[in-house]
Design a protein around this ligand. Structure first.
Ligand code: KIV
Ligand code: ZN
Length: 401
């Protein structure tokens, strides 16, 4: 099976988005966790951005030894010098040089020509390669770049020494078909360099970052750039946890292997939320609070009979402590019976019918039924039916929680 390299850019693309900046200690803590998660490359920062970014990049580079550490630089001498300084302590350094290639960016942002930009890219990749064992080149806004010029750029940077070529969908504009086609064109153009790794880097402006990343894998890409919780510029990057689970669950469709430890996905997501104080939306795939929660009666009944009915992966596999059967007005009797059993109450069908009626009434007012509510309800029902039976089982209020 082909190996897919996972390039994590949480500490760079993720960190540069509003609300997610982290200090040196926070970056170090998260870097250690991301390394344990099993990524292949960890992008530590953009050292030219600030002295703090340079310092944090150096700290991460000094500590992270199992995976490669990358530092970002525009194709400019000062940037590359700063990135190389950041990477000095790294055991496995990767210099990541980028420059925009679309006419829009060349004309309005960089105010340069295709020819001048090409010269700059070649010069900086060649220089970088003299000072770093591994150079990745990214063609910013690749998905909106003229394909003829993009072919020219890719061949030139490979000849200058880049061994990884990343073609980002910088503004999240591409569709899966467009993105895959671009990679197929580029791969054909690089037929003399079969060992060059093509890489995808997708933004989620149209909600297509994961779909585009998967389409890229289909088209032969063997490195995906992504972030924990999908954080990143604007709508974010492709989410690492979604990618990991998609590949795991759909091995038949994407026969590639990664070094990821899936059980570390949820703890890593939680650590990022805790550090940045920004929680993930409840409906976020894989790591959201509702990703393994079930309220509808039909779903709860299915889950209790066989979890595969409504879950494509068991929560423990991605490190989520347990699935949640949420008791609310959509829940069915079986879910109530199961929760009562968890709380230590074996209830009769008649008691269940009464409890269910009271619980649904309460759910209409309060939305969600808590364990405390259930205990109150069962005591109420039992008191009504047979006062002596309340609290006679293992499930008293005190010992049931
Ligand atoms: O989105 C992008 O194009 C980037 C590059 C700098 C890799 O983040
Ligand atoms: Zn990006």
């Amino acid at each position: 099976m082909d190996r897919l390299q996972i390039f994590d850019t949480t500490l760079r693309d993720g960190e540069q988005s509003p609300g997610f900046s982290m200090n040196r200690e926070e970056k170090l803590k998260l870097a250690r966790q991301i390394e344990e998660l099993g990524v292949d490359i960890l992008e530590a920062g953009f050292p030219i951005a600030s002295p703090g970014d340079l310092d944090a990049t150096r700290a991460v580079a000094a500590e992270i030894k199992h995976c490669k550490v990358a530092a970002l630089a525009r194709a400019r001498q000062e940037d590359v010098d700063a990135a190389l300084r950041g990477l000095e302590p790294a055991a496995k350094p990767r210099l990541h040089v980028f420059l925009a290639t679309s006419d829009l960016h060349l004309k309005y942002k960089l105010r340069t020509t295709r020819e001048q930009a090409l010269e700059q890219m070649i010069k900086m990749v060649r220089f970088g390669r003299q000072h770093c064992g591994e150079v990745e080149f990214s063609a910013e806004d690749a998905s909106r770049t003229d394909i003829g010029y993009l072919c020219q750029v890719v061949l030139a940077v490979v000849e200058a020494g880049a061994t990884i070529v990343n073609l980002p969908d910088t503004v999240g504009y591409s569709t899966p078909d467009d993105y895959a086609e671009m990679f197929r064109n580029i791969r054909a153009h690089l037929s003399a360099y079969p060992d060059v790794i093509l890489s995808a880097h997708c933004h989620d402006d149209l909600g297509l970052a994961l779909a585009n990343s998967l389409a890229a894998i289909d088209a032969g890409v063997r490195q995906i750039e992504c972030t924990i919780n999908g954080i990143g510029e604007r709508a974010g990057n492709a989410s690492l946890e979604e990618l990991a689970v998609a590949i795991h669950v759909r091995q038949n469709r994407y026969p590639v292997a990664t070094g990821l430890q899936l059980e570390k996905l949820y703890p890593t997501s939680r650590m990022l939320s805790a550090i940045t104080n920004i929680s993930v939306p409840p409906n976020k795939a894989v790591v959201g609070a509702n990703a393994f929660a079930h309220e509808a009666g039909i779903h709860q009944d299915g889950i209790l009979k066989n979890p595969l009915t409504y879950e494509i992966i068991v929560p423990e596999k991605v490190g989520v402590p347990a699935r949640r059967l949420v008791l609310g007005k959509h829940s069915g009797r079986n879910a109530f019976r199961a929760r009562f059993a968890d709380l230590g109450f074996t209830i009769t069908d008649v008691e269940l019918a009464d409890c269910y009626r009271l619980a649904i009434q309460r759910a209409d007012e309060d939305k969600e039924i808590s364990d405390r509510d259930l205990i109150t309800i069962i005591h109420q029902v039992r008191r009504g039916q047979s006062p002596a039976s309340a609290g006679s089982e293992a499930g008293t209020t005190a010992n049931a929680r």
